[in-house]
Each structure stands twice: as C-alpha cells, then as structure tokens.
Design a protein around this ligand. Sequence first.
Ligand code: D5M
Ligand code: FE
Ligand code: ZN
Length: 491
Amino acid sequence: MPLDTPARIVQELTARGLNADREAVTLIANADDPDHALDRTVEHVPGSALSLTAEDVRAALDTPVSGGSNGSKNQDTQPDTPPEMKGVGAGAQTVATIENDVTGRSTGTGVYDDFVSVFRDRYERLAGLLRSRVNHRPSSAVADMPGGSEAALVGMVTDIRSTANGHWLVEIEDTTGTFPTLVTKDKDIAALVEDLVFDEVVAVEGRLADDAGILFVDDLFLPDVPRTFEPTTADRPVSAALISDIHVGSYEFLDDAWGSFADWLHSEEADRVEYLLIAGDMVEGVGVYPGQDEELAIVDIYEQYESFAEQLKAVPGDLEIVMIPGNHDAVRLAEPQPAFDDELTDIMAAHDARVSGNPSVVTIEGVSVLMYHGVSLDEMIAEIPEASYDEPQVAMTHLLKKRHLAPPFGERTRVAPEDHDYLVIDEVPDVFHAGHVHKLGYGRYHNVTVINSGCWQAQTSFQRRVNIVPDAGYAPIIDLDTLDVTVRKFT
Ligand code: D5M
Ligand code: FE
Ligand code: ZN
C-alpha cells in the first residue's frame, strides 16, 4: 500500500521504531515518491535516533544515494549520555538510584545476530535461576539417552499444543536444540501449562518414553520468586505516590482530578509523600493508533510535553520524581525503551524530575521498585486464563513468576534485540509498579508488593467500543517503611 497519507507515514515510522514531527511527516508526504523518501530518511538517520525532524528529511533527500548496503544506518556515532548523567537532576542531590536502564547502552542494530544474542542472554540468566531445582542436561544429550530414563531439561517454551485427548505437548528449546515433552491432563501441573506463554524459560523433569522420542513430564518449575523472599523497608516513615498514564494532550485528560491530586500533595496529610514515580504515558502522543487525531486536544507532541510540564509544576517542588516512558511517549516503541531524549527532558524540567528507561529499577530509601510501563500485560491478560483487566495485579504476578517482563518475542509487544535482555527480572524487586491497562489493582505475591496504578484519562472512544472502564483519577500511595498501600481518589 503506498504511503499516501500522513497517518500511514506515521504508522510506517512507528513500525520502524521512530517518531516524527509534523513538518517531517508533511515533507515525506509531499515528496514525489513518499515510500522512497521515507526509506531514504530512515537510512540517513543514526540507528540511535528516536525521532525524525524536518532537518533529517531535508538532509536525507539532499544526500546522494550511497553505494553498498552498509550505509550510515546504525552507526552509533554519538552515544547517549550514560544513565547516571541523564536528566535535569544530574548534579543535584538525588536519593533515588536507578539500575537496569537501557538508556545510552543500546547495542541493538536489528540484525539476526542480535536476536540470537538476546535469546541466549535470556536463556542463560533464567536457566541460572532454575539449575538448582532439577538435575538437567542439554536437550542434545537427552536425545541420546535410552528410552525409559529419568531426565530433566531447562529451556524456552517454543510451542504449546493440546492433543486430541486433552494432553499438552510442550516443546522446549535450549542452546543445543529442541525437545518435545508431554504433560498429561491428569497431572496437577496441567493447570500450570495453561499459564505458559511462548519464550518463557522453564524446567521440566520426568521420564523418557520407551522410544526416547518424548519426555513425559512429572514436574514443571518456573523461575519464580522464592516464598522466603523478604523485602527491604525504609527505616523512617516516608511514602511514595505511584502513578502512570496521564495522557496530557487527550481531550479525556482529567485536569481537575490532577489538580486535586497536586493540591493534596501540598496538604499536611501528604507530608510523608516524598517521592513520585510515573510509569509511562505522560502524554497522549501523536500517531499512536489510526484515528487518534480526533481525540487530541493538543496536536503537537512537543506542546503536549510542555502542557505535561505545567501539570508537573503543580506538585510540590521538593518531591523527588522519577519517570519512565510508555507506548504513547515520544521514544522508540520497542522495549526496552530508552529514557526521553534531552530535548523532551528539558521540556519536562520541572522539579528536577529524573528520567529513565522502560523498564528501570529505582531504589528509594532502600526499597527497590521495578518500574515497567506494562504493554505486555495486554498479552498476558489475553493468554492467561485467570488474568483479567479487572485485576491487573494478577497478570503482573505471572510476570514475576516467569521472571520476565514481556516473554513472547515478536508477538504484540515489540521487543528490541539487544545483547542483554533488560526485560529479565534478575533481582526480585521489593515493589513492582506498572500501568498501561488503565486499571487500578494491587496485591502481594511472595512478599513482593504489586501495583498497577490506573490512569488520569477518562474512557476513550476506543475503550468504550471494547468495554474497558478505566480507573481514572486514583493515586496509590505506598508507605516505604511498612509497604502498606492506600489508594486516594481524586475524582
Ligand atoms: O492503553 C490503554 C489500554 O487500552 C491498554 O490496555 C491497551 C488498550 N488499548 C488502547 N488503545 C488500543 C488500541 N487501539 N488497540 C488495542 N488496545 C488498545 P494505552 O497504552 O494507554 O493506549
Ligand atoms: Fe496509557
Ligand atoms: Zn500504555
């Protein structure tokens, strides 16, 4: 389909992980051959670029086509600032520390080898959590064992099928090959199979069939959070407000509710709230989905961030703020998402707010908070029988069990190939904070406090069509000394 409209150009750019300003889109749309103009521009900008400007388009279209296929694409000549220097808060005294942030460390160039590396890294790190549970061997060695032997495997789930008799065929892949396993429906662990998703790493243990062609599974283990996990707590009475999905720029942004929240933060009742963590979707963005234009009160992405900055200025200046991007923000869509670039960070300069990638681990007062916007939750809710939009914390709990934030590779959640899998949950966090689904929910799983923070956007026309009733205008507040959660309502 030719790229004849700005909306299609925006879609095509988004598919390639790029945002663009309006003038850039117009220039491409008005070129003699928009497809070619878009290709030329994408090839012309460095691989680390997140957003196209009109200058990029002009420069690309003025540049003669270079010979060979190894053009300048992906040559990261100007690495980002290292994470510890990012943010307007750099140099200011900050208490929060940030880890597992891809910002400035992205290695991905989108070639096949990167996909191999990220898989290998995921496998190695998650297999490390499972090795002590079973006495496993590589799948190539299991394939050479005699029929009837006891055997165990650790690997990625690459296929899940139910058989005509209601049993489950689960294919397991490790670095030496794949091996088929069968979970019969009479086993308790058959219920666990229903919660499996592609590309998560599990351990299985059982007995080989007489012909040694398949493993009959007796036990199935996920990396999981140990039951004995003991969270760290703050050693003084101090709290954090955990929010997300503000969507400034949308007609549905609830500015009155936001104003009440800001007022409350100034009140004596909120004296102990010293931190504000924001898990993505600061603004509504542009070109996020077809027809979005009609829902935009502010059509320019930079003006949306300026307006967001105004809203941020309403909260007390001594709050320590950390924010990560979401799928509506102007950073690359593929996860892990790097932090907002310097230009956007400058626009949001209110109160020395710090920016970090999605996901990030933010430690405040000794309490580690895993912040993740939550795009994979849509997929978990679709795949896992007990997960639902009404209890987003349940889907989040499954991510903790899988010790991975977005297991299925190449499905609905876009995952960028890097040489390190930033989406692996290496260390068990004390608190897991996500958003995205616009539903409030919290709970505790093996002593990890799990919070989905709802949103500040009333129901959109899309949500009306699919019957999502958002929880808008709430702020979950966590006491860092006890990890108790209370929810404040501002509508
Ligand atoms: O997502 C808010 C919630 O609504 C999240 O659960 C996804 C869902 N959503 C919103 N728009 C769409 C479209 N166009 N297709 C499918 N699902 C959607 P947010 O990230 O705030 O848009
Ligand atoms: Fe959102
Ligand atoms: Zn979102």
